[in-house]
Design a protein around this ligand. Structure first.
Ligand SMILES: Nc1ncnc2c1ncn2[C@@H]1O[C@H](COP(=O)(O)OP(=O)(O)OP(=O)(O)O)[C@@H](O)[C@H]1O
Length: 275
Protein backbone atom coordinates (compact mmCIF):
# COMPACT_ATOMS: atom_id res chain seq x y z
CA UNK A 1 0.00 0.00 0.00
CA UNK A 2 1.22 3.51 -0.74
CA UNK A 3 1.36 5.46 2.48
CA UNK A 4 1.08 9.22 2.04
CA UNK A 5 2.77 11.61 4.43
CA UNK A 6 -0.50 13.23 5.61
CA UNK A 7 -0.22 15.59 8.56
CA UNK A 8 -1.31 13.66 11.60
CA UNK A 9 -3.17 15.50 14.33
CA UNK A 10 -4.42 14.19 17.66
CA UNK A 11 -8.03 14.05 16.51
CA UNK A 12 -8.68 13.76 12.80
CA UNK A 13 -12.03 15.04 11.55
CA UNK A 14 -13.01 11.52 10.44
CA UNK A 15 -11.37 8.39 11.82
CA UNK A 16 -12.52 4.90 10.88
CA UNK A 17 -10.78 2.33 13.05
CA UNK A 18 -10.96 -1.34 12.09
CA UNK A 19 -14.41 -0.84 10.63
CA UNK A 20 -16.39 -3.73 9.15
CA UNK A 21 -19.96 -3.66 7.89
CA UNK A 22 -22.14 -6.69 7.44
CA UNK A 23 -25.71 -7.02 6.26
CA UNK A 24 -28.00 -10.00 6.66
CA UNK A 25 -29.21 -11.49 3.40
CA UNK A 26 -32.89 -12.53 3.22
CA UNK A 27 -31.59 -16.12 3.48
CA UNK A 28 -30.09 -15.25 6.89
CA UNK A 29 -26.54 -15.48 5.53
CA UNK A 30 -24.11 -12.74 6.55
CA UNK A 31 -22.92 -10.49 3.72
CA UNK A 32 -19.66 -8.74 4.62
CA UNK A 33 -19.48 -5.55 2.57
CA UNK A 34 -16.52 -3.84 4.27
CA UNK A 35 -13.72 -5.18 6.45
CA UNK A 36 -10.77 -3.72 8.29
CA UNK A 37 -11.26 -0.15 7.09
CA UNK A 38 -8.74 2.20 8.67
CA UNK A 39 -9.10 5.71 7.34
CA UNK A 40 -8.32 9.16 8.71
CA UNK A 41 -9.44 12.37 7.07
CA UNK A 42 -7.89 15.50 8.55
CA UNK A 43 -9.61 18.84 9.14
CA UNK A 44 -9.84 20.72 5.85
CA UNK A 45 -8.69 17.76 3.78
CA UNK A 46 -10.30 16.87 0.44
CA UNK A 47 -10.37 13.09 0.21
CA UNK A 48 -11.84 11.10 -2.68
CA UNK A 49 -12.63 7.44 -2.75
CA UNK A 50 -12.65 5.29 -5.89
CA UNK A 51 -13.28 1.58 -6.34
CA UNK A 52 -15.18 -0.92 -8.45
CA UNK A 53 -18.93 -0.69 -8.59
CA UNK A 54 -20.66 -2.18 -5.55
CA UNK A 55 -17.48 -2.37 -3.44
CA UNK A 56 -18.93 -0.34 -0.56
CA UNK A 57 -18.12 3.33 -1.16
CA UNK A 58 -21.65 4.55 -0.36
CA UNK A 59 -21.77 2.23 2.65
CA UNK A 60 -18.58 3.88 3.93
CA UNK A 61 -20.22 7.29 3.46
CA UNK A 62 -23.33 6.08 5.32
CA UNK A 63 -21.14 5.01 8.24
CA UNK A 64 -19.52 8.46 8.37
CA UNK A 65 -22.93 10.16 8.11
CA UNK A 66 -24.24 7.92 10.90
CA UNK A 67 -27.00 6.49 8.68
CA UNK A 68 -25.53 3.03 9.36
CA UNK A 69 -23.62 1.65 12.35
CA UNK A 70 -20.42 -0.36 11.91
CA UNK A 71 -20.71 -4.08 12.67
CA UNK A 72 -17.16 -3.98 14.07
CA UNK A 73 -14.75 -1.16 14.79
CA UNK A 74 -15.37 2.51 15.48
CA UNK A 75 -16.24 5.67 13.59
CA UNK A 76 -14.81 8.70 15.40
CA UNK A 77 -15.57 12.29 14.51
CA UNK A 78 -13.08 14.75 15.96
CA UNK A 79 -12.07 12.13 18.49
CA UNK A 80 -15.62 11.29 19.63
CA UNK A 81 -17.18 7.93 18.85
CA UNK A 82 -20.12 8.57 16.54
CA UNK A 83 -23.48 7.58 18.03
CA UNK A 84 -26.47 8.16 15.74
CA UNK A 85 -26.55 10.81 13.02
CA UNK A 86 -23.39 12.85 12.41
CA UNK A 87 -24.58 16.42 12.95
CA UNK A 88 -21.24 17.84 11.76
CA UNK A 89 -21.85 16.46 8.27
CA UNK A 90 -23.96 17.49 5.27
CA UNK A 91 -24.55 15.32 2.21
CA UNK A 92 -24.82 16.09 -1.51
CA UNK A 93 -26.07 13.07 -3.45
CA UNK A 94 -26.35 12.33 -7.17
CA UNK A 95 -30.11 12.77 -6.92
CA UNK A 96 -31.82 16.08 -6.20
CA UNK A 97 -31.58 17.57 -2.71
CA UNK A 98 -34.12 20.38 -3.27
CA UNK A 99 -37.84 20.24 -2.47
CA UNK A 100 -39.69 20.87 -5.78
CA UNK A 101 -42.47 22.88 -4.12
CA UNK A 102 -40.08 25.37 -2.51
CA UNK A 103 -38.30 28.29 -4.17
CA UNK A 104 -34.51 28.51 -4.28
CA UNK A 105 -34.41 30.83 -1.28
CA UNK A 106 -36.79 28.66 0.74
CA UNK A 107 -34.75 25.54 -0.10
CA UNK A 108 -31.44 27.19 0.75
CA UNK A 109 -32.66 28.79 3.99
CA UNK A 110 -34.41 25.61 5.19
CA UNK A 111 -31.44 24.24 7.19
CA UNK A 112 -31.18 27.46 9.20
CA UNK A 113 -34.97 27.69 9.69
CA UNK A 114 -34.95 24.10 11.05
CA UNK A 115 -32.26 25.21 13.50
CA UNK A 116 -34.68 27.89 14.72
CA UNK A 117 -33.33 30.97 12.92
CA UNK A 118 -35.98 33.58 12.19
CA UNK A 119 -37.06 33.92 8.55
CA UNK A 120 -35.53 37.36 7.89
CA UNK A 121 -32.08 36.35 9.13
CA UNK A 122 -32.21 32.96 7.39
CA UNK A 123 -33.16 34.69 4.11
CA UNK A 124 -30.29 37.15 4.48
CA UNK A 125 -27.79 34.32 4.96
CA UNK A 126 -29.42 32.34 2.12
CA UNK A 127 -29.01 35.32 -0.25
CA UNK A 128 -25.29 35.39 0.59
CA UNK A 129 -24.91 31.68 -0.26
CA UNK A 130 -27.08 31.91 -3.37
CA UNK A 131 -24.74 34.62 -4.63
CA UNK A 132 -21.66 32.59 -3.64
CA UNK A 133 -22.81 29.64 -5.78
CA UNK A 134 -23.59 31.95 -8.72
CA UNK A 135 -27.40 31.95 -8.53
CA UNK A 136 -28.06 35.61 -7.72
CA UNK A 137 -31.35 36.61 -9.39
CA UNK A 138 -32.83 33.10 -9.13
CA UNK A 139 -34.00 33.33 -5.50
CA UNK A 140 -37.69 33.08 -6.44
CA UNK A 141 -37.32 30.25 -8.97
CA UNK A 142 -38.54 26.72 -8.35
CA UNK A 143 -36.17 23.75 -8.95
CA UNK A 144 -37.98 22.71 -12.19
CA UNK A 145 -37.21 26.17 -13.64
CA UNK A 146 -33.46 25.56 -13.26
CA UNK A 147 -30.92 23.52 -15.24
CA UNK A 148 -29.30 20.41 -13.73
CA UNK A 149 -26.13 22.39 -12.98
CA UNK A 150 -28.11 25.14 -11.28
CA UNK A 151 -29.94 22.59 -9.14
CA UNK A 152 -26.53 21.24 -8.07
CA UNK A 153 -25.59 24.78 -7.05
CA UNK A 154 -28.76 24.94 -4.95
CA UNK A 155 -27.81 21.61 -3.35
CA UNK A 156 -24.34 22.94 -2.50
CA UNK A 157 -25.74 26.16 -1.03
CA UNK A 158 -28.31 24.13 0.96
CA UNK A 159 -25.50 22.10 2.51
CA UNK A 160 -22.90 24.79 2.99
CA UNK A 161 -25.21 27.36 4.60
CA UNK A 162 -25.18 25.28 7.79
CA UNK A 163 -21.36 25.48 7.75
CA UNK A 164 -20.80 21.74 8.13
CA UNK A 165 -17.36 20.57 9.25
CA UNK A 166 -17.74 17.60 6.91
CA UNK A 167 -19.13 17.55 3.39
CA UNK A 168 -20.12 14.09 2.15
CA UNK A 169 -20.55 13.90 -1.62
CA UNK A 170 -21.76 10.75 -3.41
CA UNK A 171 -21.26 11.00 -7.18
CA UNK A 172 -22.67 14.49 -6.81
CA UNK A 173 -21.73 15.70 -10.29
CA UNK A 174 -21.95 12.47 -12.27
CA UNK A 175 -25.31 13.32 -13.91
CA UNK A 176 -23.99 16.61 -15.33
CA UNK A 177 -22.59 17.19 -18.81
CA UNK A 178 -18.81 17.49 -18.87
CA UNK A 179 -18.63 21.31 -19.19
CA UNK A 180 -21.14 21.97 -16.40
CA UNK A 181 -19.34 19.36 -14.36
CA UNK A 182 -15.99 21.13 -14.68
CA UNK A 183 -17.65 24.44 -13.78
CA UNK A 184 -19.21 22.90 -10.69
CA UNK A 185 -15.96 21.18 -9.68
CA UNK A 186 -14.13 24.52 -9.90
CA UNK A 187 -16.91 26.21 -7.89
CA UNK A 188 -16.71 23.50 -5.27
CA UNK A 189 -12.93 23.93 -4.94
CA UNK A 190 -13.27 27.70 -4.68
CA UNK A 191 -15.87 27.47 -1.92
CA UNK A 192 -14.06 24.64 -0.12
CA UNK A 193 -10.82 26.66 -0.08
CA UNK A 194 -12.69 29.41 1.82
CA UNK A 195 -13.94 26.95 4.47
CA UNK A 196 -12.14 24.48 6.69
CA UNK A 197 -14.53 21.65 5.80
CA UNK A 198 -13.24 18.14 5.27
CA UNK A 199 -14.66 16.61 2.10
CA UNK A 200 -15.31 12.90 1.54
CA UNK A 201 -16.04 12.59 -2.18
CA UNK A 202 -17.20 9.42 -3.91
CA UNK A 203 -16.69 9.15 -7.65
CA UNK A 204 -16.27 6.59 -10.41
CA UNK A 205 -14.13 9.05 -12.32
CA UNK A 206 -10.46 8.78 -11.38
CA UNK A 207 -9.61 12.00 -13.24
CA UNK A 208 -12.20 13.89 -11.21
CA UNK A 209 -10.82 12.38 -8.00
CA UNK A 210 -7.24 13.45 -8.79
CA UNK A 211 -8.22 16.90 -10.06
CA UNK A 212 -10.12 17.75 -6.87
CA UNK A 213 -8.37 15.99 -4.04
CA UNK A 214 -5.55 16.10 -1.54
CA UNK A 215 -5.81 12.31 -1.28
CA UNK A 216 -7.30 9.53 -3.36
CA UNK A 217 -8.24 6.27 -1.65
CA UNK A 218 -8.55 3.10 -3.75
CA UNK A 219 -10.81 0.33 -2.50
CA UNK A 220 -10.59 -3.35 -3.34
CA UNK A 221 -13.42 -5.23 -5.03
CA UNK A 222 -16.05 -6.63 -2.67
CA UNK A 223 -17.31 -8.58 -0.89
CA UNK A 224 -15.23 -7.77 2.15
CA UNK A 225 -13.75 -4.68 0.51
CA UNK A 226 -10.95 -2.81 2.20
CA UNK A 227 -8.52 -0.01 1.41
CA UNK A 228 -5.90 -0.96 -1.14
CA UNK A 229 -4.11 2.32 -1.83
CA UNK A 230 -3.89 5.76 -0.30
CA UNK A 231 -2.32 8.38 -2.59
CA UNK A 232 -1.29 11.89 -1.75
CA UNK A 233 -2.12 14.34 -4.57
CA UNK A 234 0.32 17.18 -4.19
CA UNK A 235 -0.67 19.13 -7.30
CA UNK A 236 -0.56 22.89 -6.81
CA UNK A 237 -3.63 24.83 -5.66
CA UNK A 238 -5.65 26.73 -6.67
CA UNK A 239 -6.44 24.31 -9.49
CA UNK A 240 -8.45 24.59 -12.66
CA UNK A 241 -9.91 21.10 -12.95
CA UNK A 242 -10.25 21.24 -16.73
CA UNK A 243 -6.62 22.29 -17.25
CA UNK A 244 -4.84 20.36 -14.52
CA UNK A 245 -5.54 17.17 -16.48
CA UNK A 246 -2.83 18.22 -18.96
CA UNK A 247 -0.20 18.47 -16.22
CA UNK A 248 2.61 15.89 -16.47
CA UNK A 249 2.44 15.10 -12.76
CA UNK A 250 -1.32 14.54 -13.15
CA UNK A 251 -0.67 11.94 -15.86
CA UNK A 252 1.90 10.17 -13.67
CA UNK A 253 -0.49 10.05 -10.72
CA UNK A 254 -3.28 8.82 -12.97
CA UNK A 255 -1.13 5.99 -14.30
CA UNK A 256 0.02 4.97 -10.84
CA UNK A 257 -3.46 4.96 -9.27
CA UNK A 258 -5.12 3.40 -12.31
CA UNK A 259 -2.66 0.48 -12.11
CA UNK A 260 -4.00 -0.17 -8.62
CA UNK A 261 -7.64 0.40 -9.49
CA UNK A 262 -7.67 -1.55 -12.79
CA UNK A 263 -6.91 -4.87 -11.06
CA UNK A 264 -9.85 -4.38 -8.70
CA UNK A 265 -12.19 -3.38 -11.53
CA UNK A 266 -11.18 -6.58 -13.35
CA UNK A 267 -11.82 -8.72 -10.22
CA UNK A 268 -15.24 -7.10 -9.80
CA UNK A 269 -16.06 -7.54 -13.50
CA UNK A 270 -15.00 -11.21 -13.45
CA UNK A 271 -17.07 -11.99 -10.35
CA UNK A 272 -20.13 -10.18 -11.79
CA UNK A 273 -19.87 -12.33 -14.92
CA UNK A 274 -19.58 -15.55 -12.94
CA UNK A 275 -22.39 -14.74 -10.50
N1 LIG B 1 -28.99 -1.72 3.53
C1 LIG B 1 -28.39 -2.70 2.87
N2 LIG B 1 -28.79 -3.98 3.02
C2 LIG B 1 -28.18 -5.00 2.39
N3 LIG B 1 -27.11 -4.83 1.55
C3 LIG B 1 -26.68 -3.59 1.36
C4 LIG B 1 -27.27 -2.45 2.00
N4 LIG B 1 -26.59 -1.33 1.63
C5 LIG B 1 -25.62 -1.74 0.79
N5 LIG B 1 -25.67 -3.09 0.63
C6 LIG B 1 -24.76 -3.90 -0.20
O1 LIG B 1 -23.46 -3.42 0.03
C7 LIG B 1 -22.68 -3.55 -1.15
C8 LIG B 1 -21.97 -2.24 -1.41
O2 LIG B 1 -22.92 -1.25 -1.82
P1 LIG B 1 -22.52 0.27 -1.97
O3 LIG B 1 -23.69 0.97 -2.51
O4 LIG B 1 -21.92 0.74 -0.70
O5 LIG B 1 -21.36 0.17 -3.06
P2 LIG B 1 -20.74 1.32 -3.99
O6 LIG B 1 -19.28 1.05 -4.06
O7 LIG B 1 -21.14 2.65 -3.48
O8 LIG B 1 -21.46 1.01 -5.35
P3 LIG B 1 -21.57 1.88 -6.71
O9 LIG B 1 -20.16 2.17 -7.13
O10 LIG B 1 -22.24 0.96 -7.66
O11 LIG B 1 -22.37 3.10 -6.37
C9 LIG B 1 -23.62 -3.98 -2.26
O12 LIG B 1 -23.46 -5.38 -2.44
C10 LIG B 1 -24.99 -3.67 -1.69
O13 LIG B 1 -25.95 -4.56 -2.19
Amino acid sequence: MNQPSTRLSESPMIDLQGVAKQFLKPSGEVHTVLQNINLRVEKGEFCSIVGPTGCGKSTTLSLIAGFEKPSYGKVRIQGETLEGINHQAACVFQTENAFPWKTVIDNVSLGLRLKGMIKGEAYQEARRWIEKVGLKGFEGHYPHQLSGGMRKRVALAQCLITQPQILLMDESFSALDVHTRHLMENELLKIWEETSASVFFITHDLEEAIALSDRVIVMTAGPGATIKGDYKIDLERPRNVAEIRFDRQFAQLHEQIWNDLRDEVMVSYASANHA
